[in-house]
Design a protein around this ligand. Sequence first.
Ligand code: ZN
Length: 251
Amino acid sequence: MRTAIISDVHGNLDALRVVMDHIDTQSVDRTICLGDIVGYGPNPVECVDIVADRCEWALMGNHDFGVLYEPTNFNAIAEQAAYWTRAQFDNGEDPQGAERRWRFLGQLRVRVKDGAFLCVHGSPRAPINEYMFPDDAMNSPVKMQQIFDRIERYGMVGHTHVPGVFTDEPDFYSPADLNNTYELTNTEKAIINPGSVGQPRDYDPRASYAILDEGHVEFHRLEYDVVAVAQKIRMIPELNDWLGERLIEGR
Ligand code: ZN
């Protein structure tokens, strides 16, 4: 079975469409989403509709949580974007759609055990908010140990917007280190991050996602019109221009 893994769409419809079109060419059996469908980007409503329609299940990210409940630990730019996002769902033009979307956001799951994988947005230790940064493999061995102690063999996370694979060595491998393919082994634990569809932060602005196949993970990057999305963000006063600039820089 081939499973497409998307994460951190962040209301970026242009990126999501390109990724979904690519998934359609990859003999994928199903698609799953690791959270943060909304927040930052200019098209949260459309992105929720696509994820609700196309994904077998989706996780609750900190931005989904922030829009649904309250923004916790957000900086001023992210908080303002969260309130703007909430207003898009409640604009009054489509009350039935609003009801359906709020219900969808409300039933997002915090952790899913999917076959051999424990799937969370943040980390197995703190599923919604904790980051697993690539540097943690070098600098935070205790944190890594506590995280790996919480998974049997394999895990999936999003949240950092940086694609790659953590192993219990501990180590971190970027897709470039892996030639875009990671072979799952029975000897090491591994946690996969598919990167971000809508706001990559590894200085590569292309949309990122991954495909899990029997025994290996493939990382994919796709170009889309980043400048057009930055322009959409510029036209919305409540979304800070920096949210568009960072898309262009991929950070
Ligand atoms: Zn995110």
